[in-house]
Design a binder for this molecule. Sequence first.
Ligand SMILES: Nc1nc2c(ncn2[C@@H]2O[C@H](COP(=O)(O)OP(=O)(O)OP(=O)(O)O)[C@@H](O)[C@H]2O)c(=O)[nH]1
Ligand SMILES: [Mg+2]
Length: 343
Amino acid sequence: MKFIDEVRITLASGHGGPGCVSFRRESMQARGGPDGGDGGKGGDLVIRTSRHINSLVDLRQNKRYAARNGGMGSGRQRTGQDAEDLVLIVPEGTIFRNMDGEIIIDMTGINEHVLLKGGRGGKGNEFFKTSVNQAPEHAQPGEEGQEIEVKLELKLIADVGIIGFPNAGKSTLISRISAAKPKIADYPFTTLTPNLGVVKAGDYSSFVVADIPGLVKGAHEGVGLGIQFLKHVERTRIFIHLVDASGMSGRDPLQDFEDINYELKMYDENNKDKEGFFPLSTRPQFVVLNKIDTLSSDQLQKLLNSFKKITGTAPLAISAVTGTNINELVVELGRQILKQEEE
Ligand SMILES: Nc1nc2c(ncn2[C@@H]2O[C@H](COP(=O)(O)OP(=O)(O)OP(=O)(O)O)[C@@H](O)[C@H]2O)c(=O)[nH]1
Ligand SMILES: [Mg+2]
């Protein structure tokens, strides 16, 4: 199944019902006083979030979602029926943007929001009766509803995003630390859509990790799968920057590390004007060297030292296959997330 995280739809609230022009019928009189009732209110367009849905796929069924119009007023002062609100259910964390890309509302942490108010009902002719005009011939039309074209955007809400080259072992890692069962294979671009996994960090705490498709040098220019998947980790608090330490791919681990960081910078450059954007290149990174089972301790030590020269701290060295230092990784991640929550 394709991972759908963006959808463009038109939303509308209902028009108010028109007021009614009517006169009482009385037995001895051709025409009695005015008795036209008011129109009913148009339905509001309401957005509600649910934790039980995690994609926007259901919203693709229609291009336009509109609440109903209010009922017409009628004689004998009967008010038209108010229309029911239309409730659009979206996943938590859905962002609504207008066609200029400006945020209308971000539904993170919001349960319900009235996006478009329904139009008021028009007044019936009874309302316009005055001492000088006992028989008004007009009634008000209902107030118009509102209509807007929106782009919905859903980002996976994960605490930790795993970034790195294809084949670095990102999917292997998430399958090790969570119940996620992504496809793993020894060729690049195995992962084509993001995977989420919940990691238990202790008896009472857990966090969500996202595994995204691998990045390569030039991703910002569309090389490989491009950088579009980075939007799925825009909101994560921290990155695991996973580096293939084995050199099996013929690449240099340090160069890989720098290439990925450069792609983050380019992503920031491309998105810096977007409202609500938080740069990725300054996001805390937990640098992790994977596949250390393929290295001698000498090789590993050399590599740790050269990373330390660049980043200031030695990276954590793991093997997602044998399980070396996997527990340490989970504990350290839990600690870093907690630290950030406290800040
Ligand atoms: N020796 C060794 N191989 C590993 C380790 N971790 C992953 N691999 C292998 O590396 C290959 C790629 O692993 P994946 O988990 O699919 O890599 P990925 O980073 O998700 O790759 P993409 O989805 O293509 O971006 C697989 O053949 C894994 O078995 C490790 O710690 N040691
Ligand atoms: Mg993968």
